[in-house]
Ligand binder design. Structure first.
Ligand code: NAI
Length: 251
């Protein structure tokens, strides 16, 4: 992982919570926000591998009681909550004929309802902040017809729509809400996904080739975009979706 360049002062005094902060993109976001001066909690099913300096908090975004307890703990131990990064998400491969109802329910529950649960729990704290920002992890799958990703794409399209709805509902309360749409980012998420394909090496090469830049996006690049969107210096950006996709969507 690229070490973020510290920007002392930018997030001084702010508290951030990152769901799925124990691995992959979420851990990179935790690292980036710590480097910019925030106090950061990593909320995860397993936060044991969260970056040093973060408050590790066990949290299942699919369980309201777990979410409420985790958010309350962050606010109590770190002193409020200013920035929420809804990053926790799970993958699904297949066409509509290949994913059953239980799989649909599970992925939508984690990827979409999970964001609603965590955001609802965070809102009382965000309203009390003078620098409140929420950043959600959508995907290029929201905007591009990727093969074998019917359920995942539907979930990430919903994340984008939910982002715009949240931005509208809470703009007058001083809460900004944006999302990032990464292309394929090399994390454990992708390594596990590749195992679903008959030829993982060929699929990996196809994923690289799909990026106009010819390579996958790095977690640090996504983390930089998240930190940009959530930055208190970025007070006029709300209700936007920022592509970090190696050019997939528009080139
Ligand atoms: P990852 O699988 O490497 O890490 C996800 C983290 O979320 C793990 O630490 C996991 O324990 C945690 N998590 C999973 N379910 C959870 C739950 N119910 N409650 C709390 N934590 C939970 O995934 P990665 O690649 O870092 O992805 C993060 C986000 O970025 C996801 O929302 C994903 O859909 C999105 N994304 C990923 C892309 C990629 O190519 N890796 C591309 C576009 C978006």
């Amino acid at each position: 992982m690229t070490t973020p360049v510290p920007r002392p002062g930018e997030y001084d005094g702010l508290v951030a919570a990152v769901t799925g902060g124990g691995a992959g993109i979420g851990a990179a976001v935790v690292t980036e926000l710590l480097a910019r001066g925030a106090r950061v909690a990593a909320l995860d099913l397993d936060p044991s591998a969260a970056p040093d300096g973060a408050l590790p908090v066990v949290c299942d975004v699919a369980d309201r009681a777990s979410v409420d307890a985790a958010v309350a703990r962050v606010a109590a131990e770190l002193g409020g909550l200013d920035v929420l990064v809804n990053n926790a998400g799970i993958s699904a491969v297949g066409t509509v004929e290949e994913n059953d109802d239980a799989t649909w329910a599970r992925v939508l529950d984690v990827n979409v309802t999970g964001i609603a649960r965590v955001t609802a729990a965070a809102l009382p704290h965000l309203r009390a902040s003078s620098a409140a920002a929420v950043v959600n992890l959508s995907s290029i799958a929201a905007l591009n017809g990727l093969p074998q990703r019917a359920l995942y794409s539907a979930s990430k399209g919903a994340v984008m729509s939910l982002t715009f709805a949240l931005a509208t509902d809470h703009v007058r309360e001083g809460i900004r809400v944006n999302c990032v749409c990464p292309g394929t980012v090399h994390t454990g998420f992708v390594d596990r996904l590749l195992q679903n394909f008959p030829d993982p090496v060929a699929e990996r090469a196809a994923m690289d080739a799909r990026q106009a830049t010819g390579r996958m996006v790095t977690p640090a690049e996504v983390a930089h975009a998240v930190a940009y969107l959530a930055s208190p210096r970025n007070g006029s950006t709300t209700g936007t979706a920022l592509d970090v996709d190696g050019g997939v969507t528009h080139l």
